[in-house]
Design a protein around this ligand. Structure first.
Ligand code: SF4
Ligand code: SF4
Length: 319
């Protein structure tokens, strides 16, 4: 099953390709919905159960053994998949995510027209970063330069007919295209010591209240973010039968984690602080990397123009 950038209703997302239409190559910059939905669906059945006298019979969903290929994923979103890989392998291994991921190949497409809101170069990546894909494509005009990155990617290229060896002129053209793209990413943040700075201002209520003032807790930034992975688990019951499913959740919502107790982050500034600190302080503490790729979706698509780069740039220096 191949996923390509697609228009659907009022949005764009990676959706199943029917094997004909390549018009997405004309309009695609990046999708509104991130490719995480192909690996972590917004709604997913975990298992069904039936009450049988005093016990329960469980029925697991048929495992998806199909091979998936996500075509034209941008380097920032491929870095996000690498972050999700760490998340879902750490301590507890998530079988739903991992079985899908194991069968998924990523074909990256270098980004020649980044948005003003993109800042991947501040986070150790760039518009042609091939570190997290299996195959990398560079649009060099009338042709694509194709590079196998992983063994699986090289194997697929070897099995693909109709390809021509790249010439020196093709390589030179690809270099020009890449360099021109790097120059287009002008938004920058300084992440040096950001974890320590956030730790030092964690209790600075005045600062976080100002930062959170215009947020309306809609959750869009987290639902569209390629690295956000929070989910909620619910049971749906009809008489003795039921289904357990999980669905995306957002730390921006006032009802997030409202379990037996109240949400421990009742104030909006607590929730905004959580979103920022999770990405730039807690995740790096646990995994050694910042859980933000600079894809810029949360800036482009926030209804009130809340901007994570302004927040990171305004964190007070350590006292
Ligand atoms: S998209 Fe904007 S308004 Fe909505 S929760 Fe995120 S920061 Fe707040
Ligand atoms: S926090 Fe914003 S810029 Fe960073 S990965 Fe998420 S959506 Fe992209």
């Amino acid at each position: 099953m191949v996923f390509v950038p697609s228009k659907e209703s009022d949005t764009t997302k990676m959706a199943r390709w029917e094997g004909e239409d390549t018009s997405f190559l004309d309009w695609y910059r990046n999708t509104v919905m991130s490719p995480k939905a192909s690996l972590l669906p917004s709604l997913e059945e975990m298992f069904r159960f039936q009450k049988d006298k005093g016990s329960y019979q469980l029925e697991l969903p048929a495992s998806d053994r199909q091979k998936h290929l996500i075509f034209a994923i941008r380097p920032c979103d491929a870095s996000a998949v690498a972050i999700l890989d760490m998340t879902f392998k750490d301590g507890y291994e998530d079988p739903y995510y991992l079985s899908r991921r194991k069968n998924t190949l990523l074909v990256g497409l270098g980004c020649t027209n980044p948005y003003e809101s993109c800042f991947c170069t501040s986070l150790g990546s760039n518009p042609f970063d091939s570190a997290n894909v299996d195959i990398m494509l560079s649009d060099i005009g009338d042709e694509f330069l194709i590079e196998g990155v992983t063994e699986a990617g090289k194997e697929l290229i070897a099995r693909t007919g109709g390809l021509e060896e790249a010439t020196e002129a093709d390589d030179a053209r690809a270099k020009e295209v890449r360099e021109a793209s790097y120059r287009k990413v002008n938004r920058r943040i300084d992440t040096k010591d950001i974890g320590e700075k956030l730790l030092a201002c964690f209790e600075n209520e005045d600062y976080w209240e100002k930062i959170a003032a215009k947020c309306i807790s809609c959750g869009i930034c987290t639902l569209l973010c390629p690295t956000c992975y929070c989910f909620d688990i619910n049971d749906e019951l009809v008489k003795q039968r039921g289904t357990r499913f999980r669905s995306w959740d957002s730390c921006a919502f006032p009802i997030y984690t409202k379990m037996p107790m109240e949400n421990p982050r009742e104030e909006k500034w607590h929730r905004v602080r959580q979103k920022v600190c999770h990405k730039y302080e807690f995740y790096p503490m646990n995994f050694g990397v910042i859980a933000c790729t600079g894809c810029g979706r949360c800036i482009r698509l926030c209804p009130v123009n809340w901007d994570i780069t302004q927040t990171i740039e305004s964190v007070p220096a350590k006292a």
